[in-house]
Design a protein around this ligand. Structure first.
Ligand code: AMP
Ligand code: ZN
Ligand code: FE
Ligand code: FE
Length: 290
């Protein structure tokens, strides 16, 4: 294994990463190689609405690197987008599998609708090209953004989001709603722990957090590239107040991500994995108790 670039990644975990199974640029094997070369102790693979990437990763030998099962579910509460991370669950659990299957189908339908809107708006892209760019994984707006760049309608993925795909733009299409409470319930039913992702992107999170805690939320993503020290401090306080595990990671998407999110650049102690596992174990024990 290559030596870590610096001591800071020893014993460290990046608990928020994406692969080609959703909208990341690295295949699971390449993500593992990158994590090992950075000296990380663990990564969680948290693809949007699919566990295919992490299932692949678990079949690959990765000495010295722990790989944690994860997923990221896009939810809506009122008008607010909430991303719910699930960790350490059984990927074969039937309830979660059927939810993921439905979400993947909805993503394909939504991509087709977005493409129709773009055609009508005068920025045509081919649906087949979008599907090709998504590869075998779940389709997301980043794939449509790349098709827009290829077709010369946008100068970059960011530009495509700003002018076509972001909320309120001509190509913006909402997804069928999934409530965060339902996401938490499904993650728990599959034996996992539920964590609120990048709260900063969900305006008013301090107001809705108690409701999610009531629904069984286990943790909150405190360490994240876009969270400044002050945000981290206030999220840390909320975690302590509500008894939540403090998690973190980079939301690594490889070349397709927003700039400034290198794998392992923002990490938590590898112990956080055990804290999440302990929460799930306690919940499972409580459920099987007569
Ligand atoms: P979707 O799941 O299809 O709604 O697409 C959401 C994905 O698009 C997330 O993974 C984000 O990382 C990515 N994304 C959202 N806004 C932007 C942006 N302005 N620039 C680049 N990527 C973005
Ligand atoms: Zn993504
Ligand atoms: Fe997210
Ligand atoms: Fe993410």
């Amino acid at each position: 294994m290559a030596a870590p670039r610096s001591g800071e990644t020893v014993g460290r975990a990046d608990l928020h990463t994406h692969t080609t199974a959703s909208d990341g640029s690295l295949a699971p094997a390449d993500l593992i190689a990158a994590a090992r070369s950075r000296g990380l102790a663990a990564i969680a693979i948290t693809d949007h609405d699919t566990v295919e990437g992490v299932e692949d990763a678990l079949t690959i030998a990765s000495p010295g690197l722990r790989i944690m099962v994860g997923v990221e579910l896009s939810c809506v509460l009122g008008k607010v987008d909430i991303h719910m991370l699930g960790y350490g669950f059984d990927t074969a659990a039937s309830g979660l599998r059927s939810l993921l299957g439905n979400r993947a189908m909805e993503r394909r339908e939504r991509a087709a609708t977005i493409v129709e809107r773009l055609v009508a708006f005068g920025a045509p892209v081919e649906l087949n090209r979008v599907i090709e760019l998504a590869g075998p994984g779940t389709i997301g707006r980043p794939h449509i953004a790349r098709a827009l760049v290829e077709a010369g309608h946008a100068s970059s993925v960011g530009d495509a989001f700003d002018r076509f795909l972001g909320t309120g733009q001509p190509g913006y299409v909402e997804r069928p709603e999934l409530s965060p409470e339902r996401a938490i319930t499904e993650i728990h039913a599959a034996g996992g722990a539920a964590v609120l992702a990048h709260p900063l992107y969900s305006p008013g999170y301090a107001g809705f957090l108690p409701g999610l805690v009531e629904a069984g939320l286990d943790g909150i993503e405190v360490v994240y590239p876009d969270h400044n020290p002050e945000t981290r401090r206030s999220l840390s306080q909320l975690a302590a107040q509500f008894g939540l595990v403090e998690t973190g990671g980079t939301d690594f998407h490889g070349d397709f991500g927003r700039p400034g999110k290198g794998l392992g650049d923002t990490t938590v102690s590898v112990d956080v994995i055990d804290q999440l596992a302990a929460r799930s174990a306690r919940r499972r024990a409580a459920r099987t108790r007569p």
